[in-house]
Design a protein around this ligand. Structure first.
Ligand SMILES: *Cc1c(COP(=O)(O)O)cnc(C)c1O
Length: 429
């Protein structure tokens, strides 16, 4: 049996870990079946505990821009570990990574390192609230900013009503301060701005959405947000946990040419170790403790192993800016191949892509916000996912996730993927 050992390990894990995992999407709930347990990985591939080999299209959900076990990152982490793994005191590494990040990313002077994208976004809105003296934030349905209470909010009954909690344990009080707009819809933002004059601290969004599949911003959408935020004294926060150091060295701000007031990072900035960060102008960041009154802290923040991995990653991409072009070309090639296979099959589909992010939606409607993404046919997605899994192609196990291509993927890997998809689509059609 192909997944025998993974199944046994999942059973065992489920005895001591809720749902057998430490993060829900790993559990295959959206696609059924039991998750594969990873044994080891190299470059574009990983091997599961049953020794099946896979071409990996998630690469740890984005951090591994150059693929698994990249030599520069390994050398940095192993070398650093021998000198001690954590101090709770400053190291020169933190400044080095900060200087490099600030030099690569537009419109930021100072950066604070944390341990996850969740922490970065959570802290960014606290700083935005402390800085502006206002309480409410606007987020967009379908954008994910980690699992802090303020973001686990769904749209209320009317377009202009308050949000409501979308997880037990999030209070109605918290939900009141998060207003829900529709992605790619400036009118929904205007309605919220009008109904909440002078009480909105920040608008936060993924400048290219990646947590409802990949959804690029419509032309004018980000520019429209930028203008409205500037006019109303609202901070525009780009959650670049996914897009940062992936769409370009300077992230979506650079790739799309729209300046943000604050930026949140995660994923690539840690090179595969737990790092998050948020950044802004020196003026905004001066409000953060210990320089200013807005409190934020962390025992393992700026951890030397994590910093050394992030530094190796950012140094590697800074020295090889062509990586973004290579990745975009590989993603376009995959797009063409999947599109040709889907056309032949007669299955309804939409493919969304930007840079090295891509997603396949089984629908005949354009996917440009959460509602249209949710109309995708999940039975078709499950069949596609498992067909590919059985052929050694690991796709994100949810229709609401983007693929993340990495530089270790060869055109031969892409051709194998396209051929496998052709077989799977024919069997589904
Ligand atoms: C992954 C992600 C987060 C959360 O980061 P964690 O490190 O998982 O806490 C936040 N925002 C976006 C856009 C993400 O993709």
């Amino acid at each position: 049996m192909r997944y025998q050992r993974s199944s046994a390990l999942f059973q065992q894990a489920s005895q001591v870990l809720p749902g057998g995992v430490n993060s829900p999407v790993r559990a295959f709930k959206a696609v059924g079946g039991t998750p594969v347990f990873v044994k080891h990985a190299q470059g574009a591939y990983f091997w599961d505990e049953d020794n099946n080999q896979y071409i990996d299209y998630i690469a740890s959900w984005g951090p591994l821009l150059f693929g698994h076990a990249h030599q520069a990152v390994l050398d940095a982490v192993i070398g650093r570990a021998k000198k001690g793994t954590s101090f709770g005191m400053p190291t020169a590494l933190e400044t080095e990574l900060a200087e490099l990040a600030v030099s690569l990313v537009p419109n930021i002077d100072k950066i604070r390192f944390v341990n996850s994208g969740t922490e970065a976004c959570m802290s960014a809105i606290r700083l935005a609230r402390g800085y502006t003296g206002k309480d409410k934030i606007i987020k967009f349905a379908g954008c994910y900013h980690g699992h802090a209470d303020a973001f686990l909010i769904q749209a209320g009954s009317g377009a202009v009503t308050f949000g409501s909690p979308n997880s037990p344990g999030v209070t109605a009080g918290t939900a009141q301060d998060t207003l829900l707009a529709r992605y790619n819809d400036l009118e929904s933002v205007d309605a919220l701005l009008q109904a909440n004059k002078d009480s909105i601290a920040a608008v936060i969004l993924e400048p290219v959405a990646g947590n409802m599949g990949c959804i690029p911003p419509d032309p004018g959408f980000l520019q429209g947000l930028r203008e409205r935020c500037t006019q109303e004294g609202i901070l525009l926060i780009f959650d670049e946990v996914m897009t940062g150091f992936r769409l370009a060295a300077g992230g979506a701000q650079e790739a799309l040419g729209i300046p943000a007031d604050m930026v949140a990072f995660g994923k690539v900035i840690g090179g595969g170790l737990p790092v998050g960060a948020f950044a802004a102008s020196a003026e905004i960041m001066s409000h953060l403790a210990p320089e200013g009154p807005v409190y934020q802290a962390g025992t393992l923040s700026g951890n030397p192993l994590a910093m050394s991995a992030g530094l190796a990653m950012l140094q590697t991409l800074a020295a090889d800016r062509q990586v973004f072009t290579r990745l975009a070309e590989k993603t376009a090639y995959l797009h063409q191949g999947l599109e040709a296979a889907l056309k032949d099959s007669g299955i309804s589909y939409r493919i969304n892509r930007m840079g090295s992010m891509i997603s396949v939606h089984f629908t005949d409607e354009d996917v440009r916000d959460f509602e249209s993404a949710a109309k995708g046919n999940n039975e078709k997605f499950k069949a596609y996912f498992h067909g590919m899994l059985d052929r050694g192609i690991y796709l994100p196990p949810s229709a609401f996730e983007s693929y993340f291509l990495n530089d270790a993927l060869s055109y031969e890997d892409l051709d194998r993927t396209i051929a496998a998809a052709g077989e799977v689509f024919r069997s589904m059609g």
